[in-house]
Write a protein that binds this ligand. Structure first.
Ligand code: GDP
Length: 453
């Protein structure tokens, strides 16, 4: 493989920056662009050692730097690697990278270092994917889930299922291929109980997928309610800035304002919508129909009511529209007297939260309700689970084959048919861990990485 180089730190000024060079020629390239002040030769540096010196392009000194050398296979990529830590100026780092490219390295595409780590057997595909999740984690729980995966927990669980399936395939093959050897027929009861137990293991790997997905991607949420109940005030209170226009003239919010807000460890991808009510105003009417469409598309509806007023006809219509959706009723204006008919709301919505958006009081209760609805708790966060759609699809497909194989056995079908299903289940698990995966899948996985990782 060629020797590649990239700036591994963000493309912004900082205290320090790191230029990483990896491949057979990494130490050669480093030797040409870095001279230790001690007079030692870079090529003689053992792995896991550093040297202080100058990065240069021929006679031109670029910066004071530290060079760290790693020798294959004891490096992140599994190859010889040199890392130059320099001052974190944009121009300095680019100049050192350019020098590395001039003396033999090639530009590393996005995710190239982690891809090499995978190709050199340092990481399986699920662990490589976790690296990106660790980089993009925005909260404690997200990080915990990614770390779980990077430690190889999902891989080990999948591997265990995979070797149990292999054993079943082996038993079936021995029986089918050597009938004259007097090998006893594989008992269907044994096969069924093994398949059901493997199926349960696989199911546990996808059970908490939604929790992880929600922590990573956030929840598509819509704040709805008739005009003047305090939707924009709540939106602003959650997003911490004045994006929505707050007035007491009904119908102020005419289009949809979108913002991602953090509620504890959860991100709500919030849309503040036009108040839902019957309207004569055409432009506001368009906003209202967008609001209705948003109700259909959102995973969570935050329906806001004015606790200070009795329910209106528009409120009652809204309650009907959001039936069957995951929903929280926010009874706003808790700082004022309460005149709302809460019983009618309770008939339609299970989760009710009293708060004052204006006083920013009670938002914690909203977070607790969201966590409850989406089953986000410490158990789900600690659970070993698929981290993305690719992994989930592999596990789901394998699980389906395992369940189908078990059902086929229970229906008394031939072992040949069962064998094909078990084999297919095994193939999906090999794809999951990257042991048998097409180049296009590998390229797709690493194309989502950043340059330098
Ligand atoms: P929207 O039309 O539903 O978006 O309502 P707004 O957010 O524009 O608020 C309408 C009026 O209610 C404004 O005068 C707000 O100041 C007021 N309001 C909003 N939330 C509260 C609250 O929690 N308490 C009180 N007392 N007034 C509020």
């Amino acid at each position: 493989m060629s020797t590649v180089a990239a700036i591994s730190t963000p493309d912004a000024p900082g205290g320090i920056a790191v230029i990483r060079i990896s491949g057979e020629q990494a130490v050669d390239v480093a030797e040409k662009i870095f001279t230790p002040v001690s007079g030692k030769k870079v090529s003689e540096m053992p792995g896991y050692t550093c040297a202080y010196g100058h990065a240069h392009d021929a006679d031109e000194i670029i910066d004071d730097c530290i060079l760290t050398v790693f020798k294959a296979p004891h490096s992140y990529t599994g190859e010889d690697t040199a890392e130059i830590s320099c001052h974190g100026g944009l121009f300095v780092t680019k100049k050192i990278l350019r020098a590395a490219l001039k003396y033999g390295a090639e530009n590393a595409p996005a995710g190239e270092f982690t891809k090499r780590a995978y190709l050199n057997g340092k990481l399986d595909l699920t662990q490589a994917e976790a690296v990106m999740d660790i980089i993009s984690a925005r909260g404690e729980r997200e990080l915990k889930m990614a770390e779980n995966l990077r430690s190889g927990a999902a891989f080990r669980k999948a591997e265990k299922c995979s070797s149990r399936l292999m054993k079943l395939l082996g038993d079936l093959a021995a029986w089918a291929d050597y009938p004259e050897e007097d090998i006893p027929e594989v008992e269907p009861e044994y096969l069924i109980s093994e398949l059901d137990s493997i199926g349960d293991e696989l199911a546990s790997l996808v059970k908490n997928y939604d929790c992880g997905r929600i922590l990573r991607q956030g929840i598509a949420s819509a704040i709805v309610g008739r005009p003047n109940v305090g939707k924009s005030t709540l939106f602003n209170c959650l997003s911490g800035c004045e994006r929505s226009i707050v007035t007491d003239i009904a119908g102020t919010t005419r289009d949809v304002v979108e913002e991602s807000v953090r509620l504890g460890d959860i991100t709500l991808r919030l849309s503040d919508t036009a108040g839902i009510r019957e309207t004569e105003d055409m432009i506001e009417g368009i906003g209202v129909s967008i609001a209705e469409k948003l109700i259909g598309e959102s995973e969570l509806i935050i329906a806001v009511f004015d606790g200070n007023c009795p329910l209106t006809e528009d409120d009652a219509k809204l309650l009907k529209k959001i039936n069957n959706k995951k929903c929280i009723a926010v009874i706003n204006k808790s700082d004022l007297g309460q005149n709302i008919d809460i019983a009618s709301i309770k008939e339609n919505i299970q989760h009710i939260v009293y708060l004052s958006a204006k006083e920013n009081d009670g938002v914690d209760k909203l977070r607790a309700a969201v966590e409850d609805i989406f089953s986000i708790d410490e158990n789900a966060v600690s659970a070993v689970t698929a981290a993305n759609e690719r992994q989930k699809n592999c596990i789901d497909s394998s699980l389906k084959c395992v369940r189908d194989a078990s059902a086929a056995l229970k229906n008394g079908e031939f072992l040949d048919a069962v064998n094909v299903l078990i084999d297919e289940a095994e193939q999906f698990l090999l794809e999951l861990t990257g042991k048998k995966v097409t180049d296009s899948v590998v390229n797709e996985v690493f194309s989502r990485f950043c340059v330098g990782k």
